[in-house]
Write a protein that binds this ligand. Structure first.
Ligand SMILES: [Zn+2]
Length: 336
């Protein structure tokens, strides 16, 4: 992506075994990590000095998501999401059962890495581990990773992606070279989104808080339908906590919470006479909703929701979590 050029050059020039990519979510960090992994694994030799060739067998395996020397470790919730995206029905069976997939990277997911460290590379090149996001590792997982980072097996490289660096353990951080991934300016992000076929790119970018990859992901018809359902819940006067929890269940509690945090941020801005930052197309709804609320109520609701973000990653019952979120919101916005 055009805004990654400098970070890319820093990363490819380095031969340290562990790199930590950090920046906000949704700016293409996963693409960056996979491209760098492809670059390290690429078998095209000299032509791959600057970037992966995308033509060799190794590059094709990375693209297909089944390179035997590449491990991408992500919370179970993310794995479930990408399965849904591929139209894979097998994961669908769990839907509707109360328990949500874990948002945390657990130690069990890191154990196979010790096995990977013992064996030689399948294709004779490097072995690469991507951890996304590294700030989602619990303490046990983090300690297990640290053992590998402290004495990296020959030919094994690590790519950690972190959105909140302060949540990554200091000892893990100390073992990595840090590469910051920047948020592009709208002047750079909007044309990129337009080139990807996103309609009304400026609005989509604002809604995603300036993160272009997130804006592109949101433009996916399935995701767009989820956000529409959520928008009906925040703006419709007949919404109850029960109905809203049901109607937004498919989006999942962390997503709904993140939308509500942005929405209440905009409510406070509109109440204070400023333009909304995220929901520019909903200025009128925000206006009428905030008219019946005090700024104090709005900021208190916003703070409550921000605090809830601390535990939202725990795999609690989705319906109950959502009902609690919606109760917060509905009580503050009019006691429905
Ligand atoms: Zn290649």
């Amino acid at each position: 992506m055009p805004w990654h050029v400098q970070a890319w050059q820093r990363a490819v020039r380095s031969d340290v075994p562990s790199i930590l990519l950090h920046g906000p979510a949704g700016i293409g960090e996963r693409h960056f990590a996979l491209a760098l992994a492809a670059h390290w694994l690429c078998e095209a030799g000299a032509t791959a000095a600057v970037r992966p060739c995308l033509e060799c067998a190794s590059c094709k395996l990375v693209e297909a998501g089944n390179h035997p020397d590449l491990r991408v470790i992500e919370p179970a919730s993310m794995a479930a999401e990408s399965e849904d995206g591929d139209g894979d029905d097998e994961g669908g069976e769990d839907k509707g059962k109360g328990k949500a997939a874990s948002q945390v990277i657990l130690i069990g997911q890191l154990r196979p890495l010790h096995e990977l460290a013992r064996i030689t590379s399948h294709r004779g090149g490097a072995r690469v581990v991507v951890i996304h996001p590294a700030d989602a590792m619990n303490i046990a997982a983090s300690n297990a990773l640290l053992k590998l980072l402290e004495e990296p097996p020959v030919g094994m490289r690590f790519l950690l992606i972190a959105h909140r660096v302060q949540r990554v353990s200091a000892t893990v951080l100390s073992r990595c070279m840090r590469v910051a991934l920047p948020v592009p300016a709208p002047e750079q992000a909007v044309p990129w989104l337009q080139a990807q076929g996103v309609e009304d790119a400026a609005t989509a970018l604002a809604l995603a808080g300036g993160a272009p990859q997130a804006a592109l992901d949101n433009a996916d018809p399935v995701r767009a339908a989820l956000s529409k359902a959520w928008l009906r819940c925040v703006s419709d006067a007949s919404t109850t906590a029960l109905s809203a929890a049901r109607d937004t269940k498919e989006a999942g509690a962390p997503q709904v919470l993140s939308w509500l945090v942005q929405w209440t941020h905009d409510l406070a801005r509109v109440k204070a006479g400023a333009a909304p930052r995220y929901h520019q197309a909903q200025a009128a709804t925000l206006q009428s909703l905030s008219a019946s609320m005090t700024l104090r109520t709005i900021t208190r609701l916003h703070r409550t929701l921000v605090l809830r973000q601390r535990w939202i990653r725990h795999p609690l019952n989705t319906q109950l979590t959502l009902e609690a979120l919606w109760l917060d919101y509905l009580q503050a916005t009019g006691g429905r």
